[in-house]
Design a protein around this ligand. Structure first.
Ligand SMILES: [Zn+2]
Length: 87
């Protein structure tokens, strides 16, 4: 599913691994700027970043239920990145 943009962009697995920390602001400035520039040129990772941000906002508000399906998709995305042989 993610093979197309993964093959084109070597940084996707790195970006995905650090995406959540990046959005939480728990990451070094150097890595943050790398991820931020990657997100500008990679639609696949940008889409995931938007999903992460939506979940984060929902959790912060506490009044918007988080869609379990979205979390499952995120977990699948993460495991696909971590182990491409199972993708
Ligand atoms: Zn990417």
């Amino acid at each position: 599913m993610f093979k197309f943009w993964k093959a084109r962009n070597f940084d996707c697995s790195k970006a995905a691994a650090d995406l959540q920390s990046y959005l939480d602001g728990e990451i070094g400035a150097e890595t943050a700027s790398k991820i931020s520039s990657h997100l500008r040129q990679c639609v696949g990772c940008k889409t995931e970043a938007v999903k992460f941000e939506r979940i984060k906002l929902a959790l912060q508000r506490q009044n918007a239920p988080v869609n379990a399906e979205i979390i499952e998709n995120l977990q699948q995305f993460a495991s696909n990145i971590a182990d491409p042989n199972q993708a």
